[in-house]
Design a protein around this ligand. Structure first.
Ligand code: MG
Length: 369
């Protein structure tokens, strides 16, 4: 089997409600890239790459499309079922840039699963019992802003919230206490700082709120700062933005940096790398939020498959971005049911972008020119 054509779409995804992160970062729409790989045997696969704007991490939407253009001559002609061979070829042609490789890798997994007649979760190690718990992503704001958003997502059935803080450590102490006190029985909560605090601020804020016992995610800008904080606080910690490479994961393990990691497909370079990181976490007992940086029901379905192939309680929570978008040009795929999701049964990812809704492709690269 050979990849014969790569078709690329830019997809505008307006948000249902605007979104903010620490440091004045503001978002009201996402720019996603959907790719379709066709093969000489008629099996095709879909992939998606959607950075959360340009300020969340070292990735931006137009970079995905420029990178796919750069990689197209390498990827065309390869067998998409030999996924590691494809990945090594991409790494030789373009070192680094993991977020560019994720949509191409996702499409290869879709094809390989369809060719095998298996749901993606079965290709990723096998479906585990039960449903995948979903969490929300609650933008930074005042206590009343945060609780207004939580009321909306409670109506959608969610009971696990990732609340964004990190704007100012003094104010965050009060915000964390107030939000924690407003949680119902059975509701779970993470405070996600998104790199917003200096180490000294993190130590002060966390020691002032140590009675809350909530997971604190990515308190500082990088892993060195995180480790300074780790020694001086007692809360369980999560590493998210600082987990990019396999080497980062090895260092997180060596330094006992946290009880939880966030594995985002786009950030680590796609399902192939995420699966290896998942295996290291399983070996070392680190719980995982398995997700991506944004996108439609296509990306949501891919991450739920990886979570579904990861046993509880190691799979902690998964986020399906499209629940807070105004547009989802995809048929089928995972849905939120009372804050939980189940990976589709059909072969492949099981989510189907609607080409009529996607509009004209921005680029087509074909084997024969
Ligand atoms: Mg996070």
């Amino acid at each position: 089997m050979k990849i014969t054509r790569i078709t690329v779409w830019a997809v505008d995804l307006p948000m249902a409600r605007p979104y903010s992160l620490a440091g004045g970062r503001y978002y009201d729409r996402l720019d996603s890239t959907i790719v379709r790989l066709d093969t000489d045997e008629g099996v095709m696969g879909w992939g998606e790459g959607c950075p959360w704007g340009s300020t969340y991490e070292a990735a931006f939407a137009r970079g995905v499309r420029a990178g796919v253009e750069e990689l197209a001559p390498t990827v065309l002609g390869l067998d998409p079922r030999r996924i590691d061979v494809v990945y090594r070829a991409m790494d030789r042609a373009l070192p680094g840039h993991p977020y560019i490789k994720s949509p191409l890798d996702m499409a290869c997994w879709d094809i390989a699963s369809k060719a095998a007649g298996l749901a993606l979760c079965d290709m990723l190690g096998g479906r585990t019992p039960g449903r995948v718990r979903l969490h929300t992503s609650v933008p930074a704001g005042s206590v009343s802003d945060i609780m207004a958003e939580i009321d909306i997502v409670r109506e959608q059935g969610y009971s696990f919230h990732s609340v964004k803080v990190g704007e100012d450590a003094e104010g965050d102490i009060e915000r964390m206490r107030s939000i924690d006190a407003r949680m119902a029985d059975g509701e779970e909560l993470t405070f996600d700082v998104n790199r917003g605090w200096l180490p000294a601020e993190a130590v002060a804020a966390l020691n002032a709120t140590r009675e809350l016992r909530r997971v604190i995610e990515q308190p500082c800008n990088d892993l060195d700062q995180h480790l300074q904080v780790r020694r001086l606080v007692s809360q369980p910690l999560a590493v998210d933005e600082s987990l990019v490479t396999m080497r980062d994961m090895l260092r997180i393990i060596e330094t006992d940096a946290g009880e939880v990691v966030g594995i985002k497909l786009g950030r680590v370079g796609g399902l192939s790398v995420a699966r290896r990181i998942r295996d290291l976490c399983m070996e070392t007992g680190i719980r995982m939020n398995i997700e991506d940086t944004g996108g439609t029901a296509l990306q949501a379905s891919a991450v739920v498959h990886l979570a579904q192939a990861t046993p509880e309680p190691l799979r902690r929570a998964t986020w399906i971005c499209y629940d807070r978008l105004r547009r989802n040009p995809v048929e089928g795929g995972v849905v939120n049911v009372d804050g939980w999701a189940v990976a589709p049964d059909e072969p492949g990812i099981g989510a189907h972008p609607d080409e009529a809704a996607l509009g004209d492709p921005t680029a087509v690269y074909a084997l024969d020119g």
